[in-house]
Design a protein. Structure first.
Length: 116
């Protein structure tokens, strides 16, 4: 079961990389790329799956922290969905929306790594 958890952590990090990496790569002309939405969905699904494994693996978890991370991840997912729709329609994606997606995802990574 630990291998499954480790694989989920790996995929969770890949999802964060998809969001933050594209955001940093497009910093000069901010946009929300459809792959950022895919990364947000990957992060949500793997995060929920990891939370489900916490009792099975008897991991001491801070559920308040995980709740905050979930709320931020949900916001990233919704904003990335809105940005993806604007991108696919050919409308210009709002710069504030693009920075919100990347910035909130980066905040989530900071919470995960800094908050004990």
């Amino acid at each position: 079961m630990q291998i499954v958890y480790s694989l989920l952590v790996f995929l969770h990090i890949v999802g964060a990389t998809m969001i933050v990496g594209i955001w940093i790569g497009n910093m000069k002309s901010p946009t929300v790329h459809p792959r950022q939405f895919d990364g947000a969905v990957l992060q949500l699904l793997t995060g929920i799956a990891m939370m489900g494994l916490i009792p099975v693996l008897d991991i001491d978890a801070n559920y308040f922290k995980l709740g905050i991370k979930f709320a931020i991840a949900l916001a990233v997912g919704v904003l990335a969905f809105i940005g993806r729709r604007q991108y696919k329609r050919g409308d210009g994606v709002d710069k504030a929306l693009a920075h919100s997606v990347g910035g909130l995802a980066l905040l989530n990574v900071a919470i995960a790594t800094i908050w004990n």
